[in-house]
Design a protein around this ligand. Structure first.
Ligand code: CIR
Length: 264
């Protein structure tokens, strides 16, 4: 069920940790992170969410948790329920405590438990189907638990093969109810039957991660060729500098948890 009354989009974000240079890295070499630039990038991202109409709930930094700015991985929020994940990287599991507390006023909570692992970055929804990347972070037990939690709400949950990237949403992201931006080297789009597939420019391998907010997209300034592709299919693209967050292997979706709340 989608809300039938007017809704307002809410976003949970968290200020970056001072320890982010000790973040998890899987496919990238470690590079020094400029804390001042990182905080400015993140502040601009949060401002843009507000400008695009989101009610933002910004959590305090968790300085002892280097990756805690990437709130997307700790939960999957649907209209009916929020699923608190069990992140694949053990260092990230404590992040879910404060995310549970932040979501509790808004949703009933259910939990992924051992032996399941699931990162929110591996999950997107198209209609009543949730696709979950079977990555180094999310396993089949996590997919099965998610399916059991969501079946009563009428969702189907499907595991998807990905390769060469951290999360499913590094490889493919929704840009409309029926359309995906896809990096073809990292995921086979035949796994998304019925979706319109928009392909990233081959010169920009990391260009598939994009925040979809109704008619607007939040997108890294670092991918001008794919930006043109998005504009050519009619998307309204708002670019952000994301260089420091990208050094921690984060994409634009990672820094927010988005959900609708009835506004009446
Ligand atoms: C990690 O490896 O877990 C973090 N350094 C980056 C997480 C990025 N999250 C995301 O793509 N959803």
């Amino acid at each position: 069920m989608r809300y039938s009354t007017p809704t307002m989009l809410h976003a949970i974000t968290r200020k970056p940790s001072a320890s982010m240079s000790a973040c998890e890295l899987t496919h990238l070499e470690r590079k020094p992170i400029d804390q001042g630039r990182l905080e400015a990038e993140h502040a601009r991202y949060v401002d843009l969410l507000r400008e695009l109409g989101c009610e933002v709930h910004e959590l305090d930094a968790e300085h002892e948790l280097p990756d805690a700015v990437f709130v997307e991985d700790a939960a999957i929020v649907l209209d009916e329920v929020a699923v608190i994940t069990r992140p694949g990287a053990p260092s990230r599991r404590p992040e879910t405590t404060s995310i549970s507390a932040a979501l509790e006023p808004w949703r009933d909570l259910v939990y992924i438990t051992d032996p399941g692992t699931l990162d929110g970055g591996d999950v997107f929804r198209l209609g009543r189907t949730l696709y979950v990347g079977l990555s180094s972070r999310s396993n089949r037990a996590g997919v099965e638990q998610l399916a059991l939690h969501l079946a009563p709400h009428g969702y189907e949950v499907l595991g998807v093969e990905v390769r060469g990237c951290l999360h499913l949403k590094s490889a493919a992201c929704p840009i409309a109810e029926d359309a995906l931006l896809v990096q073809m080297d990292w995921v086979d789009p035949r796994q998304f039957p019925g979706a319109r597939i928009i392909v990233t420019d081959h010169r920009e391998p990391g260009a598939a991660n994009v925040v979809w907010l109704g008619d607007d997209l939040i997108y890294p300034a670092a991918f001008p060729y794919t930006r043109e592709v998005l504009e050519a299919v009619g998307s309204r693209v708002h670019c952000v500098d994301y260089g420091e967050l990208a050094k921690a292997e984060g994409g634009v979706t990672c820094c927010s948890l988005l959900f609708d709340v009835p506004s009446l």
